[in-house]
Design a binder for this molecule. Structure first.
Ligand code: KIV
Ligand code: ZN
Length: 513
C-alpha cells in the first residue's frame, strides 16, 4: 500500500454521460489541458469504441497530454479494447479501462449471461488488454451490488491476467459509507492476489454520499485511487466531486495521512471551465467551488475572520484558485499585460490568433465596462466567439425595444458563413424576440431545452451576464455560451454559438450512445 492517493478524473467520460453535457472534441481537449494543469494522475478521456467522435476526442487528448496518464473506457470485448488501444497510441502514458457488470441483476437482465460466462469474458478482456498496454484497469460494473464470493473470483482472475488497477463501482449510488468501506476491505482481505493491484473506488451520488463513500473506501477499505469528476458532473445526481475529495484529503491530512499530487489552485478555473462548457451551473452553496463557499455573511463570522482567519475558515480561498474580485486591467492595458494576466490565471490559448481575438474582445469590453475583473477575463476567453473552432453563425448588430404595454421587437443582423442576414421579430420579451428573429431565417427546428443567465462578478448590475443556451435537435444536444455586459447580446451570442455547433457535422454522440 502506498501513501499516494491517485486522482482519476472521469469528467470527459462519465461526466459527459450526463444528458446535455456532451462536448465537442475541442472542448474536451481544452478541459483535458486544464486537468493536466490541475495535475490529475489519470484523465479518462472517453469511450473510444462508442462513436467516431469519441474515438477522435480520445486520440486528440492522448496526442496532446504529456503529464497525466490518458485512459479510454472499453467494454470487455476485443473490438472495444482494440479501439481504445488505437486511440491511445500517441499517449506518453496510457491506460485501457475495461469493464463488465458483475451484479446478479445486471448479468441476468442486461447482459443475459451466466456468472461463469461473465468471469470468462473478464479474464479474456484483461488478457487481451495486457497484450496491448501495461497499464490496465478492470471495473466490475455494479460491483457494490454484486455477490462477494463471485466478485472475489472475478477480481482474482482479473489480477492474475495482469490488471494493475481494480475498480469497484457503486454504479447506482446505493452505498452507505461504513458499508462501502467494509465491502472494499473485505474484498481486499479475501482476494489472494489483492496486493498485486491498486484498488479504486468509483461512486455515484444518487443518495448524496458519493464523496463520503469514496473517502470511506479509502480510509476503511484501503483503496488508493478515487474516480471523480469536476463539479461532481455525471448522470443523474452525478459522480464523486473531485474538488471535495481532494480538499477533504488535503485539509484532513491528519486523519487520512495521504498525499495527493493535485495543484489545488487550478480547481476553481477547472470548475468554471467545465460549468461554462456544459452549461451545468454550480450551485452557490456548493463546497469549495460554489460562489458562496468562502463568503461570510453573518456579522459574527466576519468579525471572527477579520480577527483571525482560522476562526471560521478551514481552507484558504486562494489555495483553491479563488482570486479576490480585483480590478486587474483597464482600458489602457496593452496586449502584453493582457497576455501576462492570462498566464497568471493559468489560461493557455492555443494560437496567437486566439490571443488576438481575446484581446480585441477585452478592448471592446474595457470600452464599455469601467472595471475588468479576473472573472471577466476568464469569461471572455471562454466566450465561444473567441475559442470556437466552428463559429458558423456570428452576431453583427442588434437593436431591440421594449416598452410597458407594447410587445417587444428586435432586429438582428448576423452572418451565416459568408452570407449576411437581417431578421426582425416580435416576442414575449426582448430575448424571445431576438431568438425568433434569428429562427425566422435559420429555421433550425431545434428545441430550446435550457436558457440560463448568470452574473459573472457578483454585487453589481455593471457585471457581465453569462448566458448558456442548450438546444436539442434529432437526438443531439449542444450548449452555447455567450458573455456580454448586455444580457440580450449575451443571449444572442449564446444562441448563435449553439446553432454553430448544431450546424457542424462533427459526430457528438455521448460516450454510451
Ligand atoms: O458507474 C460505473 O459502473 C462506471 C463503470 C463503467 C466504471 O462508470
Ligand atoms: Zn460511473
Amino acid at each position: 500500500m502506498t501513501d499516494k492517493l491517485i486522482i482519476f478524473d472521469t469528467t470527459l467520460r462519465d461526466g459527459e454521460q450526463s444528458p446535455g453535457a456532451s462536448m465537442t472534441r475541442d472542448e474536451k481537449l481544452r478541459i483535458a489541458r486544464q486537468l493536466e494543469r490541475l495535475r490529475v494522475d489519470v484523465i479518462e478521456a472517453g469511450f473510444a469504441a462508442s462513436s467516431n467522435g469519441d474515438f477522435l476526442a480520445v486520440k486528440a487528448i492522448a496526442d496532446a497530454i504529456k503529464e497525466s496518464t490518458v485512459c479510454s473506457l472499453a467494454r470487455a470485448n476485443d473490438r472495444d479494447i482494440s479501439r481504445a488501444a488505437e486511440a491511445l497510441q500517441g499517449a506518453a502514458r496510457a491506460r485501457i479501462h475495461t469493464f463488465i457488470a458483475t451484479s446478479p441483476l445486471h448479468m441476468e437482465k442486461k447482459l443475459r449471461m451466466t456468472p461463469e460466462q461473465v468471469l470468462e469474458q473478464a479474464r479474456l478482456a484483461v488478457r487481451f488488454a495486457r497484450k496491448l498496454r501495461d497499464d490496465v484497469e478492470f471495473s466490475a460494473e455494479d460491483g457494490y451490488r454484486s455477490e462477494p464470493d463471485f466478485l472475489c473470483r472475478v477480481i482474482e482472475a482479473a489480477i492474475a491476467e495482469g490488471a494493475t488497477t481494480i475498480n469497484i463501482p457503486d454504479t447506482v449510488g446505493y452505498a452507505i459509507p461504513e458499508l462501502y468501506g467494509a465491502f472494499i476491505r473485505n474484498l481486499r482481505e479475501r482476494v489472494p492476489n489483492s496486493d498485486k493491484a491498486i484498488w479504486s473506488v468509483h461512486c455515484h451520488n444518487d443518495l448524496g454520499m458519493a464523496v463520503a463513500n469514496s473517502l470511506a473506501g479509502v480510509k476503511i477499505g484501503g483503496a488508493r485511487q478515487i474516480e471523480c469528476t469536476i463539479n461532481g458532473l455525471g448522470e443523474r445526481a452525478g459522480n464523486c466531486s473531485l474538488e471535495e475529495v481532494v480538499m477533504a484529503v488535503k485539509t484532513r491530512r491528519d486523519y487520512f495521512g495521504l498525499e495527493v499530487g493535485i495543484d489545488t489552485t487550478q480547481i476553481v478555473p477547472a470548475s468554471r471551465m467545465v460549468s461554462q462548457t456544459t452549461g451545468f451551473v454550480v450551485q452557490p452553496n456548493k463546497a469549495v467551488v460554489g460562489a458562496n463557499a468562502f463568503a461570510h455573511a453573518s456579522g459574527i463570522h466576519q468579525d471572527g475572520v477579520l480577527k483571525a482567519r482560522d476562526t471560521y475558515e478551514i481552507m484558504r480561498a486562494e489555495d483553491v484558485g479563488w482570486s479576490a474580485n480585483k480590478i486587474v486591467l483597464g482600458k489602457l492595458s496593452g496586449r502584453n499585460a493582457f497576455k501576462q494576466r492570462l498566464q497568471e490565471l493559468g489560461i493557455e490559448l492555443e494560437s496567437e490568433a486566439e490571443v488576438n481575438a481575446a484581446f480585441a474582445r477585452f478592448k471592446d469590453l474595457a470600452d464599455r465596462k469601467s472595471e475588468i475583473f479576473d472573472e471577466d477575463i476568464i469569461a471572455l476567453v471562454g466566450d465561444e466567439s473567441v475559442t470556437s473552432e466552428i463559429e458558423h453563425y456570428r452576431l453583427i448588430a442588434l437593436s431591440q425595444g421594449s416598452e410597458t404595454g407594447e410587445r417587444p421587437h428586435a432586429e438582428v443582423v448576423f452572418a451565416a458563413g459568408t452570407t449576411e442576414f437581417r431578421a426582425e421579430s416580435e416576442g414575449n420579451g426582448p430575448v424571445d424576440a431576438c431568438l425568433k428573429a434569428i429562427e425566422s431565417k435559420v429555421q433550425s427546428g431545434a428545441e430550446l431545452v435550457l436558457y440560463s443567465v448568470n452574473a459573472i462578478t457578483s454585487g453589481s448590475t455593471e457585471s457581465q451576464g453569462e448566458v448558456t443556451v442548450r438546444l436539442q435537435h434529432s437526438g443531439r444536444i449542444v450548449n452555447g455560451v455567450g458573455a456580454d455586459p448586455d444580457i440580450i447580446v449575451a443571449s444572442v451570442k449564446a444562441y448563435l454559438a449553439a446553432l454553430s455547433k448544431l450546424h457542424s457535422q462533427a459526430d457528438r454522440i455521448s460516450a454510451q450512445g
